[in-house]
Design a protein around this ligand. Structure first.
Ligand SMILES: Nc1nc2c(ncn2[C@@H]2O[C@H](COP(=O)(O)OP(=O)(O)OP(=O)(O)O)[C@@H](O)[C@H]2O)c(=O)[nH]1
Ligand SMILES: [Mg+2]
Length: 218
């Protein structure tokens, strides 16, 4: 996506290398409330930017962390999740993930496993939170055990985009996790090591071959 995005600065993902830029993605089945959650959090003056060609909406949020201005880009799908899989560039350089299900629809909870597997394929280390949305419809669900989060060691938030319960708390904590990941991750070194390995492998193979073909000295 980034490479076809010539001329659309919002899709230039190199900007996420800068200290003050964070990318947070949102995953989950259709109609679980992903967009409503964003809108609820950014209720005062959110500026969603719909990029329909890319089945994507970007929500921008300015905040201050440790007295430093930070710009958060929330990436929200616009229908791509119906195909049960996202374009790889959706995951590219993401610093955290918000994974949402609808407490009223069991299938959306079951599908978290698929979303999580795909997320880890592309971003093995980034912080991820599980969000049980629509608790306003039946508060009793907060007593239920949703073991997926516990099993994976992920934080679980019971929220309602409709009445706002826990929405700000969940977003603020996720932003902090994203920043902390960005400051401490070994992403960059991993990339360097992978490049080095790929470059050096043919040389090592060649050397091994040459040495093994050498005749012992008389
Ligand atoms: N009762 C209740 N309804 C909600 C809540 N959040 C979202 N909804 C409703 O659920 C429906 C889907 O919400 P969206 O935010 O559009 O869901 P989405 O996950 O963005 O859906 P797609 O963009 O199609 O993937 C809408 O009719 C919302 O009004 C909630 O907390 N409580
Ligand atoms: Mg949506």
């Amino acid at each position: 996506m980034a490479s076809d995005a010539n001329g659309i600065p919002e899709l230039d993902q190199d900007k996420y290398d800068a200290d003050e830029q964070v990318k947070i993605i949102c995953l989950g089945d259709s109609a679980v409330g992903k967009s409503k959650l964003m809108e609820r959090f950014l209720i005062d003056g959110y500026r969603p930017q719909q990029l329909s060609t890319y089945a994507l909406t970007l929500y921008k949020y300015n905040t201050t962390i440790d007295r430093k201005a930070v710009l958060v880009d929330f990436w929200d799908t616009a229908g791509q999740e119906r195909f049960q899989s996202m374009h790889p560039s959706y995951y590219h350089k993401a610093h955290a993930c918000i994974m949402v299900f609808d407490v009223q629809r069991k299938i959306t909870y079951k599908n978290l496993t698929n979303w999580y597997t795909e997320l880890r394929e592309y971003r093995p280390e980034i912080p991820c939170v599980v969000v049980a949305n629509k608790i306003d419809a039946d508060m009793k669900v907060t007593q239920r055990n949703f073991n997926f989060a516990k099993k994976q060691g992920l934080p679980l938030y019971f929220v309602s985009a409709a009445d706002g319960t826990n929405v700000v708390k969940m977003f603020k904590e996720t932003i902090k996790m994203a920043m902390s990941y960005k400051q401490n991750s070994s992403d960059f070194m991993d990339e360097v090591m992978r490049e080095l390995e790929a470059t050096c492998r043919p040389i090592i193979l060649y050397l091994r071959k040459t040495i093994s073909h050498r005749q012992p000295a008389p």
